[in-house]
Design a protein around this ligand. Sequence first.
Ligand code: G7M
Length: 332
Amino acid sequence: MSALHSVDSAESPIPKRIKLDIDEKTTSEDSIHNDLNDLSSFNIKSVLSNNTNLKRLILRGTFDSKEGDAVVILQKTAFEEEDLASYKNHFTDTNPLEKTFQNDIYGDYKYFADKDLSVIKTTVIHPATEKHIIKFSTQKLYIVDETPAIYKEVVLPQLTDESLHLQWVYNIIEHKSEVERIIFEDTDPDNGFVMLPDLKWNGHINTLYLLAVINRRDIKSMRDLTGNHLELLRNIKKKGVEAIKAKFGLDESRLRIYLHYHPSFYHLHIHFGFLQHDAPGILTEKAHLLSQVINNIELLPDYYQKATIPFVVRENDVLCKKLQEHGVLNIS
Ligand code: G7M
């Protein structure tokens, strides 16, 4: 997945047009992303989710003369504080205010901004699999305390069946996609990683959201981490922090550096976000601070093979059914 458009401010590290990098289909000749200039050929079939907090609408549909379903994610972008000066250019008599009501000292208006102030970050996934449709649909959530036994007997067999494949990750570490977006890279095969903007990032520093994807392919998630990986984890933390300081001027103390459990793809990766940005997936049932993970392993090298780790499962996940079948999750 990747963004179709991004606001290209002076500070933005992301070019105005970002290549869409989903998987190997990106490069195929009939890829929707080769010449998608507007959404006039998109036919809406249903609304998968509408998050009024995130101001994000996710639609399922099809594209004219293209086979298969598509998912289109529309998300209103945050204001960019750093660029206050440019706001003056947007407050002109060609950007009308329409009064909704007035009461004493309070006035409520609709402001019709120029198009660069009203950018909607758009992600297009085509062809979208049934897994994508499920992933992006609003669903009931359940929390499960995952013991090592539950992981081994129920969760792990399910992960190996996981068909949301890792091609897009391999494209990143093999320099086949998103090469121009790389912010930092350490090519060491054991302890190296590629740091680049997360697909969800719109390029504004106040919503900074980067991803560090490791070069090696033998660590699925936090569960696999042991004392043998301390060097890798410390390296990602140190060099990732240095790269962000050099590129964006943010100190480590202003960053939230964390892993997701469970992640959405099983190739170890670490999130680097601006502390004051409430990024999706920072809640306690999902986010694990990297410094804490390192410390747990320092105290006990096989901590993550012994620990019970809670995680959230969604009602339509195949795993949810499996957990019920094994009596781990009881849904009335
Ligand atoms: O929840 P989890 O820790 O697995 O997070 C995975 C992250 O990968 C999400 O925040 C996605 O936005 C991000 N992501 C997913 N895809 C398919 C891509 C991609 O193609 N490129 C980039 N740069 N990030 C992606």
